[in-house]
Structures are given as structure tokens and as C-alpha cells.
Design a protein. Structure first.
Length: 522
């Protein structure tokens, strides 16, 4: 119960607003094809970050008992699902894609209500899930392995993919349908069964995805949904001995805990974590285009993307012009409820996020090696009174080693850093612990290729912002951003399947590899 209260207080900010809460819809876990309450019968509430009086729904506050039940049902469903031919599995996923398309508008509106980002962006989030579903379902008729010559005569060698088994998927709140789809769809096409736990701030969008899976005809037990908090629900998934694989997207700190727990029990672990992404703006850049890219990258999703452009390294020759235009644009952004089509930037996710982001703004202000050029305040008056709104914030003249230029803020805050050469810019750009996304604005193809080659990141853009990854290319990062895996593309199949090397000896005799060297066949 203490936990339920904490859940309530964290997102609602204030208490005593019972009127709307009474009307909140109740949602359930999905276990073994049944919609069920948590074993303990407790609930948490999901509030709208633009107006915390608006309660989106009540969701099960799940515990280890619920996770056990979900894993058990995934276990029971596994053999039948893995033996279902992959093209048949894919057919169901194509149906799922159609259902997502039909419901795109409602899913987007509900996502804006629970997560805050503007309708255009939640439309993009649902679209990314649709794209991922169709693209990955196509793998049902590929799932390519390979054949290769054997070193012995009359021997055949090949490599095939097999499902890993039961998978635990732990997903974040910033892309509440797209990121669950990045994990769920490839897991399913490869023949795995799953338990998925969405972030406590945005359970409805994953609920919508799972409900659509049911409607599409995915058999009971193949997909199981448990809602709740990292402790105990997320931890119970991470530590569950029957879950062969944990796929996690979230903070680098939590990712490290997940990785250690997986190491203890030899589980496969795929992590997608923080970023401190950079746009380099050279002196030959189209400055207006670079400013557009910076505004979109820094303030889209209120800066709450792991791909957000939180550093802008700008050549001194265009520095003044770029900064002036950027500040003008940031000041002019219309902040408000994402459900209003005129809004350009929505709220941040919850009270903890406000606290963290305002803390970083204070850190930036305290040091005299940066200037707070615009923003910096929480908005609390009028329509902002019941939400988590922060002004688009730009720091200029930032020293590259300052905390605001090194640490992930995950909010509408960006740091402009001057540079005088491409080499210096690349050094600054690479000089952080993360390695997700980077971009360069330049008209010079040599500079573009130089930066492309030198940036140690998983994603790179030329004359485009640090955000905007497409589903058929691998997504992920180097250093503290990940642990070497990639989601999306066909590369994600390497997470959700394991290779099996198969040798067929049809010579009728013992042939010893590496020992019986055959010069030529008889
Ligand atoms: C994230 O930042 O958490 O490239 C995911 C993008 C989106 C996905 C972002 N397609 O910004």
C-alpha cells in the first residue's frame, strides 16, 4: 500500500483531487490470455503530466507473484509457439499491424494523455510501432541463416536461428508504444514468448499494444503483460530464473543493475540506455537548417529522448548568428498540453523529472563557465498550474567538461559549445561517456565524411538532427549507451534468436575435422 501511495504522489504531485479520479478506467494485467487484477489486489494510478487532476487509468500494482504467473504462462505457451512456422507467426503480426493502423488516432491521443508529448509526436510513436510490425513481420519469411562449405567431403554445413526461449521486456515511458514494439515484434517473429512490463508512467500505450496482439489472434500465453514499478515487478522479471533473456531500455544506472543480475544467472541481456548526443555546426553550414535541426532535436519530446540533441558544438564563425537564432526559436516555442494542436512542446513526465531537470539548470547557472541564455524556469501559472512544464532552456558558452555538457539531463535543456575547428569539434563531441547519436551540419562532403568516420556513435546524421531513426536500420549506441547489441533492422534478430550450427555428414564414415585432412575427393 505504501508503494501505491508513493505511486500516486509521484505522478499526481498534489492530492485530494478525487473528482476526476472516480471516473478513471480500470485496466488489467494480461496473463495466459486472461485479463486479471494483481494477485495482491492493489492498484496505481496513471496521471496526465499536463494536468495531474486528469487520471488516465488504474493499473495493477504487480508483485513477484504476478510475474511468476506471467512467466508460467509464457512457459506453457512456448513449445506451441516456437513450433508454429515462422511465416504463420508473421501472418498474425501483419494482422496486428492492420489493427494498429486502424487505431492510430485513438492510441496517439491516449499516449499524449498519459505521456505528454504533442499529438504529432505520439502519432509518430504509433507509426514507428506500425513500421516495426510490418518490417519485422516480413522476417517471418526470411529469418535467414546460411550454408557454407564444410572442410570434409560429403559433409554439409549450415547455420540456423532458433528462439532463445522466454523473454522479459522492460520498457521506458518516452516511446511507450514504439520501444515495446522494437522488442516485442522481433521476439515473437523469432518464436519466443514474453513477459512485458511497461514503465509505470505510461502503461496504457503498452496495454493498447498487447490488447491489439490479443485481437490479432496471438495465442494465449505468448504475450503477457504485467504493470507496476521497477521494484518489485521489474526486479522480479530481471531476476526470474526461467527468463532466458532480458531486454531493457532505460537509464544507464538501472541498466547496470539489470546487467549484473543477468550476469549472475547467465541470462542474455540487451541494454539500451543513456545518451549525450551532439550536433556539430560547421562554419559552412546552412545556419537556418542547423537551427531547425537543433530545435527539433533539443526540444522535441521535451528533450526526453535518448537521442535528444543536448549538445550543440558550433564553429566560432557562425556561433553568434546560430545562438541568436536558436534562442529566438526556443523563446517562441509554444509550451502546453500536447493534446492542443497548437502546442509545440509538452510537459515533462513527472515530479521526479522536474526535480532532476531543474537541478541541472541550477548546476549550470551556478558555474560561471556557461550563460543561461533563455528559459530556465518551471512554468506554474494558469494552464500550467497542474502540470510539469519547464521552459525550453539554452545555455551558451558552455565548457565541454561541465556537468550540463557531460551528463544526461533528459529534459528541454541544451548546451551550446564553441569550437574553432572540425578536429576540436570531433574531440569535444566524442568526449562523453555515451555514444548513441551524433550529427554534423556542413556543405563540405570531406568534412561530413571525416566526422562520419571519426564519431564513435551508433547513429550518425549529415545535415539532419540527432533524432529520427528509422526502423529498418539498427538502433543503439557505443560506450555507456549500450552493451553491444542493436535493436531494429535485421540486427535485432541477433538478440532474439540464437545460432545453431548444424553439420550433416553423409559420407558414411568417421571424418574428423581438423585431423583427417583431405587433399582431394576420391
Ligand atoms: C529514444 O530516443 O528513446 O530516432 C528513441 C528517434 C526515434 C526513437 C528514439 N525514432 O528519435
Amino acid at each position: 500500500m505504501a508503494q501505491a501511495k508513493k505511486a500516486l504522489n509521484r505522478k499526481n504531485g498534489r492530492r485530494g483531487e478525487r473528482a476526476l479520479r472516480g471516473a478513471a478506467k480500470t485496466y488489467h494485467n494480461y496473463i495466459g490470455g486472461q485479463w486479471v487484477a494483481s494477485a495482491g489486489g492493489e492498484w496505481f494510478e496513471n496521471a496526465n503530466p499536463a494536468n495531474t487532476r486528469d487520471i488516465v487509468g488504474r493499473f495493477p500494482l504487480s508483485t513477484a507473484e504476478d510475474v511468476d504467473a506471467a512467466v508460467e504462462s509464457a512457459r506453457n505457451a512456448f513449445d506451441r509457439w516456437r513450433r508454429t512456422p515462422a511465416p504463420r507467426r508473421a501472418e498474425i503480426l501483419f494482422r496486428l499491424g492492420e489493427i494498429l493502423i486502424r487505431n492510430k488516432e485513438r492510441f496517439s491521443a491516449e499516449m499524449t494523455r498519459e505521456m505528454g508529448k504533442v499529438l504529432k509526436e505520439t502519432g509518430g510513436d504509433v507509426q514507428e510501432a506500425i513500421d516495426c510490425t510490418f518490417y519485422t513481420a516480413g522476417e517471418g519469411r526470411r529469418l535467414h541463416g546460411f550454408t557454407t562449405p564444410a572442410e570434409m567431403p560429403d559433409k554439409f554445413a549450415m547455420c540456423v536461428r532458433q528462439p532463445v526461449g522466454l523473454c522479459g521486456l522492460i520498457t521506458p515511458w518516452n516511446f511507450p508504444m514504439a520501444i515495446p514494439s522494437w522488442k516485442l515484434i522481433p521476439a515473437l517473429v523469432c518464436g519466443n514468448t514474453v513477459v512485458i512490463k511497461p514503465a509505470e508512467d505510461t502503461p496504457l500505450s503498452t496495454y493498447n499494444l498487447v490488447k491489439a496482439c490479443e485481437e490479432a489472434g496471438i495465442p494465449p500465453g505468448v504475450v503477457n503483460l504485467v504493470t507496476g514499478y521497477g521494484e518489485p515487478a521489474g526486479a522480479s522479471i530481471t531476476n526470474h530464473p526461467a527468463l532466458r533473456l532480458i531486454s531493457f531500455t532505460g537509464s544507464t544506472e538501472t541498466g547496470r543493475i539489470v546487467a549484473s543480475a543477468c550476469a549472475e544467472r547467465n541470462a542474455i541481456c540487451s541494454l539500451e540506455m543513456g545518451g549525450k548526443n551532439v550536433i556539430i555546426v560547421m562554419d559552412d553550414a546552412d545556419v537556418d537548417l542547423a537551427v531547425e535541426g537543433a530545435v527539433w532535436g533539443a526540444f522535441g519530446t521535451s528533450g526526453q529522448r535518448c537521442t535528444a540533441s543536448s549538445r550543440l558544438v558550433v564553429h566560432k564563425k557562425v556561433y553568434k548568428l546560430f545562438s541568436k537564432k536558436l534562442i529566438e526559436r526556443a523563446r517562441g516555442l509554444k509550451v502546453g498540453n500536447g493534446a492542443d494542436p497548437k502546442t509545440e512542446m509538452g510537459p515533462v513526465i513527472n515530479a521526479d523529472a522536474v526535480h532532476k531537470i531543474m537541478g541541472y539548470i541550477e548546476i549550470g547557472e551556478r558555474e560561471d563557465r556557461a550563460t543561461l541564455a533563455c528559459g530556465g524556469n518551471r512554468l506554474t501559472k494558469g494552464d500550467y498550474a497542474n502540470g510539469y512544464f519547464i521552459e525550453p532552456t539554452v545555455f551558451t558558452d558552455v565548457a565541454p567538461d561541465m556537468r550540463i555538457a557531460q551528463e544526461e539531463i533528459f529534459g528541454p535543456v541544451t548546451a551550446v559549445i564553441p569550437t574553432d575547428s572540425l578536429e576540436d569539434a570531433v574531440e569535444i563531441a566524442n568526449g562523453v561517456r555515451y555514444g548513441l547519436s551524433a550529427a554534423i551540419y556542413t556543405q563540405d562532403v570531406n568534412r561530413a565524411f571525416h566526422a562520419m568516420n571519426e564519431m564513435y556513435t551508433g547513429i550518425f546524421y549529415v545535415n539532419s538532427s540527432t533524432i529520427g531513426a528509422e526502423v529498418h536500420l539498427p538502433f543503439g549506441g557505443t560506450k555507456a549507451t549500450g552493451n553491444g547489441h542493436r535493436e531494429a533492422g535485421t540486427q535485432v534478430l541477433d538478440i532474439f534468436s540464437e545460432w545453431k550450427s548444424i553439420y550433416v555428414d553423409y559420407s558414411g564414415k568417421l571424418q574428423r575435422a581438423q585431423i583427417d585432412v583431405v587433399e582431394s575427393a576420391d
